[in-house]
Design a protein around this ligand. Structure first.
Ligand SMILES: Nc1ncnc2c1ncn2[C@@H]1O[C@H](COP(=O)(O)OP(=O)(O)O)[C@@H](O)[C@H]1O
Ligand SMILES: [Mg+2]
Length: 238
């Protein structure tokens, strides 16, 4: 394992995780709907390319690529331009994208992993985001099969050497048993939540785990603003 870090491209976040994600690690981003998971993935990939010259692959499993491109434009993230410069690629494995694609049909952990590996090699990616992975795991209701599927996917992305974000919907405030399989298998886990601070509700990010890293366990506030996500690593919630 190397000590090299991948800066997240999210102001304030690297301070919580020792300077960035260890290169080649797979980090799970857990949060409820609207918590900013898709924005975080996009920011990681866009700033990765724009600020650090790293190539990215966005694997979308629910929203079609056109929707993501449109939603990220207000932040100034022009993925079409990055694609034209061959710094970025979309793998649209959404139900919508799959319908219009002839070349890539099946959606199993193996077929997806193979396709990711092929694309990662083709454009030599440094960063991958898979959003949201639950859309795939949905096909594996059995816990043992699900564990195998996620292991297979993690193995596929690890073999590319790229640093990877996987998102997962967090429904309940507490962590359910079925979620713990993914958490256990990933190198790192970040949780995006809405917490009560006095009479206000604030967005907070908590680092649950980051292997090989000294972490800040405190939930820290973050905002979604005109430049995307910003974390306030010095501020407390309670
Ligand atoms: N241009 C914007 N400026 C500020 N906040 C935004 C903007 N666009 C979206 N948001 C916020 O981001 C949320 C959606 O983020 P998203 O990453 O799609 O969530 P998730 O993928 O976790 O469901 C919205 O609910 C909204 O609060
Ligand atoms: Mg999303």
């Amino acid at each position: 394992m190397t000590d090299e870090r991948t800066p997240t491209g999210v102001p304030g976040l690297d301070e919580l995780i020792g300077g960035g994600i260890p290169r080649g690690h797979v980090v799970l981003i857990m949060g409820g709907p609207g918590s900013g998971k898709t924005i975080l993935c996009s920011q990681f990939l866009y700033n990765g390319a724009a600020q650090y010259g790293e190539r990215g692959l966005f694997v979308t499993l629910d929203e079609p690529r056109e929707d993501i491109q449109a939603e990220m434009r207000p932040f100034g993230w022009d993925f079409e331009r990055l694609e034209a410069e061959e710094k970025f690629a979309f793998l649209d494995a959404s139900p919508f994208g799959m319908r219009s694609s002839r070349s890539f049909k099946p959606i199993t952990a193996r077929s997806l992993g193979d396709e990711i590996r092929r694309l990662a090699k083709k454009i030599r990616v440094d960063r991958i985001a898979i959003d949201p992975v639950a859309a795939l795991l949905f096909h594996y209701p059995d816990v043992a099969e699900r564990r195998n599927a996620i292991l297979q996917l993690i193995e596929s992305v690890r073999s590319t050497g790229a640093t990877c974000l996987l998102t997962l919907e967090l429904r309940a405030a507490g962590l359910e048993r079925e979620v713990q399989v993914e958490e256990y298998l990933a190198h790192g886990v970040l949780i995006l939540r809405t917490l009560k601070s006095g009479s206000n509700l604030v967005r907070a990010v908590q680092v649950e785990k980051m292997r090989g890293t000294h972490i800040d366990l405190q939930p820290r506030p973050y905002i979604i603003g005109s430049d995307g996500i910003e974390v306030y690593p010095e501020e407390t919630i309670f």
